[in-house]
Design a protein. Structure first.
Length: 385
């Protein structure tokens, strides 16, 4: 009985903490900007999506969107083979995935071994001039720098030149990565239901939650799942414990930042983040990462953008391991791999000169959260006893 009571307390305490915080705010009427000094703000990332600029008529992709791995496979067959292997089209795309992916010269899986063949047509990539993102290498003409390869820059939707976002150029004409595509939507939902690789954002040394020129933003991984309401929506102001090992948190990279009118703007630095989605685990270090995060007036939610140079090998490992998800993503792994190598624009290898990272931008949405450290957990457990 005592064990059951302790378990109930452990489940109830985070909810109680969140409820007290909400009720205190409601009763006292204290706004975020009037909070006492040295306050800590916390957020848990709900959505993480590539920042893909889409025009109404897909003008950024004048040749249209890419065809699928499945279509490339069946177009390579004779009519008789196509009829036999697809049962005249009655076998679904998903069910014939295991046939279409093993189309290497010796039956190799072309997503695990994308260099065994060269696809024709090559991957269709973005040809538009507009993109979300930031200027990562400091120039506006796309010329090479000590940390970047020559590439074409974009302008932002507001007309700001020098935007670096080669990831968008790579994936922008792939249906699965666009607004209604399944790849990232599926990844977000897998994190929502599994609680795996959830990113926590903690803002410390906050004197004024709406305007403060010197705060610190630290990124952790949560070991707790999203608490959901009866409609399946994430409950803000919930508590999340950080992933911790004996000598410290498994994640914990920090960036200096400022807050202006409720918008957090970090400096630039290398940050390692957890990632899980579509049955893949990653631990990428995003180099020169910077984040802009706009907090809502009530403090319950936030949205913004993360930009930086993404490790290309890690990204290709992720896309090569998407498995059957590619059947609705509509792209060819060999063509994607070849284009990614060409699009890479960050951190040249000192021996080959080939860039090893790709400039990127991601849209993020988050909910207010209590970030719980191990020492706080210990105090809670002591209080239970």
């Amino acid at each position: 009985m005592k064990t059951q009571q302790n378990q109930m307390k452990r489940e109830f305490l985070p909810v109680l903490a969140a409820t007290v915080a909400i009720l205190t705010s409601a009763v006292t009427g204290v706004a975020a900007a009037d909070a006492p000094p040295n306050r800590t703000l916390g957020f848990v990332v709900r959505d993480w999506m590539p920042a893909v600029y889409e025009s109404k008529f897909i003008d950024e992709c004048p040749a249209g969107l890419n065809i699928s791995n499945d279509e490339i496979w069946w177009r390579s067959l004779s009519k008789a083979e196509r009829s036999e292997k697809t049962q005249d089209g009655l076998i679904t795309t998903l069910d014939r995935w295991f046939l279409s992916k093993n189309r290497g010269p010796n039956g190799e899986d072309v997503c695990i071994n994308p260099e065994v063949i060269k696809d024709d047509p090559p991957l269709l990539t973005v040809e538009g001039a507009t993109s979300f993102g930031v200027n990562l290498d400091g120039n506006v003409d796309g010329s090479a720098t000590p940390k970047s390869c020559r590439h074409d820059n974009f302008s932002s939707p507001a007309g700001v030149p020098g935007i670096d976002n080669q990831l968008y150029r790579l994936i922008g004409c792939v249906y699965g990565f666009r607004d209604q595509g399944v790849i990232e939507i599926n990844a977000n939902e897998m994190r929502r239901t599994s609680g795996l690789a959830m990113i926590l954002i903690e803002v410390t040394d906050v004197d004024d939650a709406r305007n403060d020129d010197d705060v610190t933003v630290t990124f952790y991984r949560s070991i707790d799942q999203f608490p959901l309401d009866s409609s399946g929506q994430v409950i803000p102001y919930s508590s999340y414990r950080i992933d911790h090992k004996d000598d410290g948190p498994r994640y914990g990279d920090s960036l200096k930042a400022s807050i202006v009118d409720g918008v957090i703007q970090t400096s630039s630095g290398d940050v390692r983040l957890p990632y899980y989605g579509n049955y893949n685990y990653l631990h990428p270090v995003i180099r020169d990462m910077q984040m802009t995060l706009e907090i809502t007036d009530d403090g319950a939610d936030a949205k913004g953008m993360v930009a930086g140079y993404y490790d290309l090998e890690q990204y290709l490992y992720h896309t090569g391991g998407l498995g059957p998800v590619i059947t609705t993503g509509n792209f060819s792994c060999p063509a994607f791999f070849e284009a990614a190598k060409r699009m890479a624009d960050g951190y040249p290898d000192p021996e080959t000169g080939e860039c090893t990272h790709i400039s990127s931008a991601f849209e993020v949405k988050a909910h207010a959260a209590f970030v719980v450290h191990p020492e706080q957990t210990s105090k809670m457990e002591t209080a239970e006893r």
